[in-house]
Design a protein around this ligand. Structure first.
Ligand code: NAD
Ligand code: MG
Length: 294
């Protein structure tokens, strides 16, 4: 008999202690540890033989997606910052343990050349590219617009919007009908927090790009969509992504009453990449623990 799982308690309600890490933060140092689905995600061949590139695939949501994609039968390349090597090594092992080819792509996506190189290396190594997940992002909180240094603003725009745009543009010549592009947007695209003004505007831009591009690429058989997560426990948050008072009790304001775990996001990304979503284009799938997305 199938048992019901109550979403309120399927994952623990976390109460993280005060903690901070230098940006970009390591999953390995999160307290409590995030659930990436390593123990739980079971594939069923939904992405058999596909070749995927996930930016920010070393930790958090991107890592959970990398594990799920590999267990669904895809070869997976992950792009990340060089400081994140320990996290990346764990995910590379998980992809290989699933019996798939893995590719590690360290480097800074603020640079145009690197955006182009990660696509070239993926295509060279796997012999093609079918799924692009634009998931890398930088989130540094500031006390309002007067306190955002210009170079910080610039780094956030480059890491989030420029990188998504550039990697997508580089990927396009390789994408065949049946391919999918997925952007990681955010609830912040709709409900911007005053301490995350620059970050929130990049999430709105990524969402908007996903919708416009979906209309352009549908006639070519390439599907473009986005996922808008609510509060999810990842290294983004304690590495200057939130003030300390928002780390304690993180996510408990959501209607479900708890933060999401990266593992709870993977299914949305698998769906949007798979043939089951063949008629789904220009959609932003909210995974927010109940906060409505328009
Ligand atoms: P994360 O820190 O685990 O992942 C973000 C990744 O972005 C990092 O691992 C890093 O590899 C990558 N990155 C950032 N700047 C980079 C650069 N210049 N070059 C290369 N890589 C770079 O955190 P996460 O929460 O899993 O974030 C994944 C996505 O989810 C992001 O787009 C984030 O905006 C989005 N998101 C997260 C939440 C949340 O609550 N955690 C909510 C909504 C949206
Ligand atoms: Mg990381």
């Amino acid at each position: 008999m199938a048992a019901l799982n109550d979403p309120r308690t399927l994952h623990p309600k976390i109460d993280p202690p005060k903690q901070t890490q230098p940006h970009p933060g390591l999953d390995a140092k999160l307290d409590p540890q995030a659930d990436l689905g390593l123990e739980t995600y079971r594939g069923s061949g939904r992405l058999q033989g596909r070749k995927a590139l996930i930016t920010g695939g070393d930790s958090g949501i991107g890592a959970a997606v990398a594990i799920a994609y590999a267990r669904e039968g895809a070869d997976v390349a992950i792009a990340y910052l060089p400081e994140e090597e320990p996290d990346a090594e764990k995910i590379i092992r998980a992809i290989e343990d699933a019996g798939q080819q893995a590719l590690a792509l360290p480097g800074d996506l603020q640079e145009l050349k690197h955006c182009e190189e990660i696509v070239e290396k993926t295509v060279e190594t796997f012999g093609g590219l079918d799924i692009l997940v634009n998931n890398a992002s930088r989130q540094i909180w500031h006390d309002g617009i007067r306190n955002i240094p210009d170079d910080d603003f610039d780094a956030t725009m480059k890491s989030n919007i420029y990188s998504s745009y550039r990697v997508t543009k580089a990927a396009l010549p390789h994408l065949k009908p049946g391919s999918a592009i997925i952007f990681t947007s955010s609830i912040q695209a709709y409900q911007p927090s005053p301490h995350l003004l620059d970050y929130a505007m990049t999430k709105a831009a990524m969402n908007n790009l996903a919708k416009g591009l979906a209309v352009q690429l549908a006639p070519e058989g390439i599907r473009v969509n986005a996922v808008a997560p609510g509060p999810v426990w990842t290294p983004l948050q304690p590495s200057h992504g939130q003030p300390q008072d928002k780390i304690e009790g993180f996510g408990q304001h959501s209607p479900l009453g708890r933060a999401g775990q990266p593992a709870e996001l993977a299914g949305a990304f698998v769906f949007l990449a798979s043939d089951e979503a063949s008629y789904v284009m220009g959609e932003t799938l909210g995974v927010t623990g109940g906060t409505p997305t328009p």
